[in-house]
Design a protein around this ligand. Structure first.
Ligand code: SER
Length: 313
């Protein structure tokens, strides 16, 4: 019998770049199929790369059957800032990609799904501090609306068809292997590249904008952990709050200045400020801690030092 394989959709993006490496290390590169519209940057790490459009349902189903895929990590999405500029395209990508993958599980072609939600499901009338798992969810960005609708779909497919889909409400992610793209929290990645090149940085959010953030290694660990937890321990089938650290652009600048004392940041808020202002300052992740033992390892000091150490190599 052919061995079951894992398919990562959106493998060349910010999360995919890191996640594929970890999955290849754990399960063996021969068991991981990486797919994206764009080829990966580090070709040597992607033994099995295929070009795949998740919206092409026929091709998706064909590949999943051909490769004997049992698990899908669906990472292809249009992020918050980009989505505001392309409302319909983003709705189509974010929703139809999820429907296509959920349907594969409903038809028992695959067994398990990971799909990331976001802190963008919260809105201006959600509590700002230690935002709880269950609270008012009135997102004001189109990205947040797609994530909230996606969470509801996940719950529905679980309740009605026993589809094993697992999800995390990810905060802004900071990693060194790839740049972010199209998000409201992207400044927190870009700023490191500017500091290393001795360039000043113009931040598109105000200096006091506090947002929940996470180092990429923590995010990857959370994804791997929720996917390998026993099914009965996954009690939330919309999406779990998870949290690591919260900081403002000014606090990040201060931390960077420990390494580059002459580094300077100017603040010129643009349309992304409104999105950021609608999101929480910090997140309460009790449920993830209790249900599957989640705990973040990286604070601001540690993530800054890791970013510079890895980026300068
Ligand atoms: N980092 C994401 C964004 O800014 C949040 O999910 O869109």
């Amino acid at each position: 019998m052919k061995k079951n394989k894992i398919l990562v959709i959106g493998s060349s993006g910010q999360i995919g770049t890191d996640l594929c490496l970890s999955l290849e290390r754990i399960y063996g590169a021969e068991n991981i199929i990486c797919s994206d519209l764009n080829p990966p940057k580090e070709k040597n790490h992607r033994k099995n790369f295929i070009k795949l459009d998740v919206l092409d349902n026929e091709m998706l189903t064909k590949k999943v059957k051909e490769e004997n895929i049992s698990e899908i990590y669906l990472l292809a999405a249009s992020l918050s800032a980009l989505a505001e500029k392309n409302v319909l395209i983003s709705w189509e990508l974010n929703m139809n990609s999820l429907i296509n993958v959920l349907e594969l599980a409903r038809k028992k072609i695959i067994k398990k799904i990971f799909w990331p939600s976001s802190i963008a499901v919260f809105g201006p009338d959600s509590p700002k501090l230690n935002t709880p798992q269950n609270t008012t969810l009135n997102p004001s960005s189109i990205y947040g609306i797609t994530k909230l609708a996606g969470e509801k779909l996940c719950q529905y497919y679980y309740d009605k068809f026993d589809v094993d889909v697992r999800s995390l409400r990810l905060p802004g992610l900071i990693g060194w292997r790839s740049l972010a793209g199209g998000g409201t929290t992207d400044y927190a990645v870009e700023i490191f590249y500017h500091a290393l090149k001795n360039n000043d940085y113009t931040c598109f959010l105000s200096k006091e904008t506090i947002l929940p953030m996470m180092y990429m290694d923590d995010a990857i660990e959370a994804i791997l952990k929720i996917m390998t937890t026993k099914k009965e321990n996954i009690k939330i089938r919309t999406s779990y709050n998870i949290s690591a650290v919260s900081f403002t652009p000014k606090e990040l600048e201060k931390q960077i200045k420990i390494y580059f004392p002459n580094f300077n940041v100017k603040f010129k808020p643009d349309y992304r400020q409104k999105i950021a202002d609608s999101w929480p300052d910090s997140i309460d992740d009790q449920e993830a801690k209790v249900d599957w033992g989640w705990k973040a390892k990286f604070n601001l000091e540690k993530l800054t030092s890791e970013m510079f150490k890895n980026l300068s190599n």
